[in-house]
Design a binder for this molecule. Structure first.
Ligand SMILES: Nc1ncnc2c1ncn2[C@@H]1O[C@H](COP(=O)(O)OP(=O)(O)OP(=O)(O)O)[C@@H](O)[C@H]1O
Length: 325
């Protein structure tokens, strides 16, 4: 019997031709999967369509759009045990990058056809679904500066420009982070609580690698003393994120917790999975194993035993027989 799935598709996401995208998705998936295609509208968002699909008994849900559409669909599926397929068609595609999912339509569809699943954590922030991260302070301000219009024109650059613009201002605040076993008080410019994060979310990169299925949230506190410190801290975060190592600077700290409350003075804006949701305080709780994702099949990386090419004056001669005399 053919499999079936509900495809939630945002017809205005990203900058590509939506009709063409949908045709491509259908041509790859429909030979094997009966698709119930639901388009988002300005009035009916992806989470509502996902709720309706769950109510109709959908066995698989596929979301296709930008990060907003993907997060909204994922949010509706927390704790539902229904596999979620992701076809990214947005600007930043943070969702796919953070979760190690392909970001082309072709590869994403092949992943869905492959049917391999991975159970990952999700979270709730003030009762709202959180898949990637909540940013307090600097990150939230940056998102607000990267408005929709400039995002369309400049893509990822908009976030970076927004950040540089803000470095000139460096708003700081007092923060109190309460976990199950302690209360941490500090002066900070940014506090980021991540379940999963792409390397481009540099303010989330305190720990060495954010583990998406450990039942814990990763908190990074960035507290530079001045603008020079802020630039140096950003650079350090980017470097350690790319290297997969933990930060080692006095003005950056991190901790892990399964639930935490963050209070600030004065109140700070909070951005949740890319959208401003209000101001602090926040109460964030991890939902271990809350989401089931359709993921690429893990291929064993071939072990690279040697690499010689490129060395100066290299010759390699095969011996007629193995062994030593
Ligand atoms: N049919 C539609 N017409 C107009 N707007 C829509 C429609 N469907 C969804 N939207 C709007 O699209 C937004 C979600 O966009 P989404 O995140 O999927 O893409 P994006 O913004 O292009 O991606 P990115 O965030 O990566 O730039 C929501 O604000 C939603 O209201």
């Amino acid at each position: 019997m053919k499999r079936s799935a509900c495809l939630i598709f945002n017809p205005v996401a990203g900058q590509s031709d939506a009709d063409q995208d949908l045709a491509q998705i259908r041509s790859i998936l429909e030979p094997e999967i009966d698709l119930d295609i639901q388009l988002t509208t300005p009035e009916i968002d992806a989470s509502e369509l996902a709720d309706q699909a769950i109510a109709r008994g959908a066995s698989t849900i596929i979301a296709s759009g930008g990060d907003g559409t993907l997060s909204a669909t994922a949010g509706a599926l927390i704790g539902k045990d229904i596999p979620l397929g992701i076809i990214s068609r947005g600007t930043a595609n943070a969702f796919a990058t953070a979760l190690g999912l392909p970001d082309t339509i072709e590869a994403a569809c092949q992943t869905i056809l492959g049917g391999a699943t991975r159970v990952v954590d999700a979270a709730y922030c003030n009762g709202l679904p959180m898949v990637l991260l909540a940013g307090i302070g600097f990150e939230a301000e940056t998102v607000e500066k990267a408005d929709r219009e400039s995002k369309s024109r400049l893509g990822m650059l908009a976030y970076i420009l927004g950040g540089i613009q803000l470095l000139g201002e460096m708003p700081k605040f007092e923060v109190e982070i309460e976990t199950e076993d302690k209360v941490v008080k500090v002066t900070a410019a940014a506090v980021t609580i991540a379940n999963a994060a792409p390397p481009t979310s540099i303010l989330a990169q305190g720990p060495a690698g954010i583990i998406v299925d450990d039942g814990l949230l990763d908190v990074t506190v960035v507290a530079p003393l001045n603008i020079t410190g802020a630039i140096a801290a950003s650079y350090h975060l980017l470097r350690t994120a790319l290297a997969g190592s933990a930060v080692e600077r006095d003005d950056i700290g991190y901790l892990r917790a399964s639930r935490l409350q963050v209070r600030t003075d004065p109140p700070q804006k909070v951005v949740l999975d890319g959208e401003i949701i209000g101001t602090t305080p926040v109460d964030i709780e991890c939902v271990p194993g809350g989401l089931t994702l359709l993921v690429p099949k893990v291929e064993q990386e071939p072990v690279v035993a040697e690499k010689l090419e490129g060395l100066p004056n290299l010759t390699v001669e095969a011996k007629p027989t193995e062994g030593f005399e």
